[in-house]
Design a protein around this ligand. Structure first.
Ligand code: AMP
Ligand code: ZN
Length: 466
């Protein structure tokens, strides 16, 4: 069977293939770094990780871009209140996001790009939109004129033609020609940071950053764009309007959106205050891989209710798989090969992949694994699982773990001596000095995996065990 994804744009399950060759050009809306990211956000980032890993397992090569939104109203407000520059303020939360992502074993996208490093690209794109009459200026800010893009609403499947006239009542309040027009460039207010560009002093709106960075690195038409469902409207609708108004080409071939992580019937969100960060969960004694498993184990397009009972059940599921893995390694097995068990493992492997192929139905994929493990454990107890059956069982677990990656426990993956840690810390400092940031990040992540946290202080790097 082939890989199929539900496309929000067409509202259909579609067979997936990239536009060109084996490379998948994918864009993910990353976090706004004004706070610690919560595990609701991480549900969406975990879905993207499962998506990446499935594509890689199918032989594709990823070119995946994720942005970091490091300029935005709340960031500016908080940085000013803390007496810090934007960069000082955001870099701590960017690093926390990367550390948490590493603890959750999320593969790092091929490119991580920062909004503040692309201001000129954004100003140029807005200039082009202005030249083709898609914008207007009001009190120094530049807006996108939605009426200039007749297909507006095609992603969220909303018909705006009636709403637009009705919305005019609000025009004065929003200072826009149409209440749904959105800002591309915000005029600088006294005391706020801003950039000098041909658009006047100011800063970009949120929507333009994703269009510009996606197209800069991935081309005018990209294969997959992901995010949570709350981004469909207006953010992704606006991304389409800006990008397609600029190029006249389809912006994204497959739009994929993760449903929310819920708490007692409500979306987990910063504004409702009903959220947990990964740090909160780890402090309560849970392993990061339990939360990874919980977030990954139900299909991304269904809402998932967060409970601590669910988290405990996730830990138990991982334990069952680890115990089975240990039995494969340690049980004394009679020689020979049980043909029936071979058939069972082949079927489980096929069902596992068929589940993933079916729009990343991780629940079905996991059911195939657990059914096999239950039967194999029974066969082991009865002496019917033979030495010759170990290889195919091991392969099944390996292919499972290439996607879910929960078998290796955090912090016990080979403990390091103080001298070894000090050696790695020194190597990281040297790598940073010679601008080998990939190696420096790699060492930070390797240490994190082994339960060692690094803190950059004024006197250099300090480390501690978790
Ligand atoms: P933000 O930093 O608010 O832009 O969010 C980062 C990502 O997390 C976006 O893709 C959001 O759609 C997603 N997100 C926010 N809240 C939740 C939630 N409760 N469950 C799943 N995804 C979420
Ligand atoms: Zn975005």
């Amino acid at each position: 069977m082939s890989l199929r994804f539900y496309n929000t744009l067409t509202q259909e399950l579609e067979e997936f293939s990239p536009a060109e060759g084996k490379t998948v050009r994918m864009y993910t809306c990353g976090p706004t770094v004004y706070h610690y990211v919560h595990i609701g956000n991480f549900r969406t980032f975990t879905f993207q990780d499962i998506l990446r890993r499935t594509l890689i397992a199918r032989g594709y090569v990823m070119d995946h871009v994720m942005n970091i939104t490091d300029v935005e109203d709340k960031i500016i407000r908080n940085a000013m209140a803390a007496g810090q520059t934007l960069k000082e303020y955001t870099s701590q939360y960017t690093q926390a996001f990367l550390d948490d992502s590493a603890l959750l074993r999320l593969q790092r996208p091929e490119r991580l790009v920062f909004a503040t490093e692309h201001i000129d690209d954004m100003a140029a794109a807005i200039g082009k939109l202005a030249a083709s009459s898609h914008t207007y200026v009001s009190e120094g800010s530049t807006y996108f004129r939605i009426g200039s893009f007749p297909e507006y609403g095609k992603l969220s499947h909303t018909n705006f033609s009636g709403n637009i006239a009705g919305a005019r009542v609000q025009v004065d309040e929003y200072d826009k020609d149409d209440a749904r027009d959105f800002v591309l460039w915000k005029a600088q207010k006294p005391g706020e940071p801003g950039w000098e560009t041909p658009l006047g002093p100011g800063r970009p709106g949120w929507h333009i950053e994703c269009s510009v960075m996606a197209m800069k690195y991935l081309g005018e038409t990209i294969d997959i764009h992901t995010g949570g469902v709350d981004l469909i409207f207006p953010h992704h609708e606006n991304e389409i309007a800006q990008s397609e108004a600029l190029t006249g080409k389809r912006f994204v071939r497959y739009w994929m959106h993760a449903q929310h992580l819920m708490v007692e019937g409500q979306k987990m969100s910063k504004s409702l205050g009903n959220f947990y960060t990964l740090r909160d969960i780890v402090e309560r004694g849970y392993q990061p891989e339990s939360i990874r498993y919980l977030l990954a184990s139900s299909q991304y397009n269904k809402q998932l209710n967060f409970t601590f009972d669910g988290l405990k059940a996730a830990a138990t599921s991982i334990e069952r798989l680890r115990n089975f893995d240990l039995r494969l390694k340690n049980d004394r097995l009679a020689a020979g090969l049980n043909a029936e068990m071979e058939e069972r493992s082949a079927r489980a492997l096929a069902d596992f992949h068929a589940g993933l192929d079916d729009d990343l139905n991780t629940a079905d994929a996991l059911a195939a694994i657990f059914e096999y493990v239950r039967e194999a454990n029974t066969a082991l107890d009865a002496g019917q699982f033979l030495a010759g059956n170990v290889a195919s069982a091991g392969r099944l677990l390996a292919e499972f773990d290439a996607i879910f990656e929960v078998l290796k426990p955090t912090g016990t993956a080979g403990s390091l001596s103080d001298a070894e840690i000090a050696g790695l810390v020194e190597e990281r400092a040297k790598a940073k000095k010679s601008k080998n940031f990939a190696r420096a990040d790699g060492i930070r992540n390797e240490l994190l995996e082994k339960g060692v946290v690094l803190e950059d202080t004024k006197d250099g790097v300090r480390w501690k065990r978790k």
